[in-house]
Design a protein around this ligand. Structure first.
Ligand code: PLP
Length: 386
């Protein structure tokens, strides 16, 4: 292994390949091997690798204005905030650099709201299995079992309940509670859906009890489930929403979005050097302009249905389990807990997939993936599963 890799901090177990370039659904490594990519930066590259529209947005904006500091408005920041507000139905947008930062902002916004409107209430109810990021507060909010003992002591103020259990949630909300925070589909937990009926009931419950509903759509938002936001499937709208991953189509970009009623930051409460910089905002504009179009979202639903149907047939044939998820965020339950082995074999055969749990494979291709690429993926996957 070359010297340069030795200096990379080992925060992840990575296969010994070095990626050098990508186009659409395909990646190429330094040895010239190609891979069909159904990971896509962990559901990030919604338009695939190096989409020409994104490349052009970067080129044009880089030649015009890269950063003017968050002390000033810039036109791309204003445009992207408008696009996100229009697409989500919420009002105010704070642009930031990662999903964890957006969720950290959501937690702070809820706590500020609790100080102003709920007698200093600060507790946030989250769910077992949830994943909200890797800052200390977002790890504390997460219900990921592997985080339980890491970096103690955690940030206080989070209560966790089982997902899709309304009684447990209702019992956990007290006068100290300021918000309930959920993912419409728990992606990192293995694509575990929050049911639409539960989401509607949670919306009613949070309204009745006077607490905020925060939806973490870092993974499910920006078209991933076939709607711009996954909450649209349930016909609800949160008070606070977070977007990331697909928002930048591959560049570091995320957003904290709030309704007028929840949007209570004052100047000085929140910020950061790179927040709302025109270069990343320009890419976000290019991505959202494409993804929000109804025909594009209909295409995601159609390809997602096709992939789910083909996965179900393959699973039935090989004796594996259920297919979960929505749009192009899907998982296949394996009957034997050999997810990592399947991932490693697939890599050797030129296919990138992910196993968030030993008994689960996750599929999160580009939203622009073709049926032909789905067929090729299944042809590569089949021998790995057999
Ligand atoms: N929230 C959810 C639901 C996620 O899936 C992720 C990342 O996987 C995050 C938050 C954290 O986002 P980031 O890795 O950009 O900080």
């Amino acid at each position: 292994m070359s010297d340069t890799l030795d200096h990379v901090m080992k925060v992840a177990t990575r296969p010994p390949v070095v990626m050098v370039e990508g186009a659409g659904s395909w990646l190429r490594d330094s040895e010239g091997r190609t891979y069909l990519d159904f990971v896509q930066g962990w559901a990030v590259n919604c338009l695939g690798h190096c989409h020409p529209v994104m490349v052009e947005a970067i080129r044009t904006q880089a030649a015009r204005l890269i950063n003017c500091s968050p002390a000033y408005y810039n036109e791309r920041m204003a445009r992207l905030a408008t696009l996100i507000a229009e697409s989500s139905g919420l009002d105010h947008v704070f642009l930031c650099n990662s999903g964890a930062e957006a969720n950290e902002g959501a937690i702070k916004l809820a706590r500020k709201w609790g100080q102003l409107h709920r007698g200093g209430a600060f507790e946030i109810v989250t769910t077992h299995g949830s994943f909200h990021g890797r800052t200390l507060a977002t790890m504390s909010a997460s219900g990921k079992p592997a985080f339980e003992r890491l970096y103690e002591p955690k940030v206080p103020g989070f209560r966790k309940v089982p997902l899709n259990d309304l009684d447990a949630l209702a019992a956990a909300i007290t006068e100290r509670t300021v918000a309930v925070m959920l993912e419409p589909i728990q992606g990192e937990a293995g694509v575990v859906p929050t049911t639409d009926a539960y989401l509607r009931a949670v919306r009613d419950l949070t309204r009745e009890r006077g607490v905020l509903l925060i939806l973490d759509e870092i993974q499910t938002g920006v078209g991933r489930t076939g709607r711009f936001c996954a909450f649209e499937h349930a016909g609800v709208r949160p008070d606070i929403l977070t977007l990331g991953k697909g928002l930048g189509g591959g560049v570091p970009l995320a957003a904290l979005v709030a309704s007028v009623h929840a949007s209570c930051f004052e100047p000085g409460d929140q910020g950061g050097t790179f927040n709302g910089n025109p270069l990343m905002a320009a890419v976000g504009c290019a991505v959202v302009e494409i993804v929000r179009e109804p025909p594009f979202l209909a295409g995601v639903r159609a390809t997602g249905d096709y992939l789910a149907e083909r996965l179900r047939a393959l699973s039935a044939e090989l004796g594996h389990g259920e297919v979960r998820g929505r749009g192009l965020l899907l998982a296949l339950a394996l009957t034997r807990g050999e997810g990592q082995k399947v991932v490693d074999t697939a890599l050797e055969r030129g296919l990138l997939i992910n196993a968030p749990r030993p008994d689960t494979l996750r599929f999160m291709p580009a939203l622009t993936v073709t049926r032909d690429e789905v067929d090729r993926m299944l042809a590569l996957l089949e021998p790995c599963l057999a």
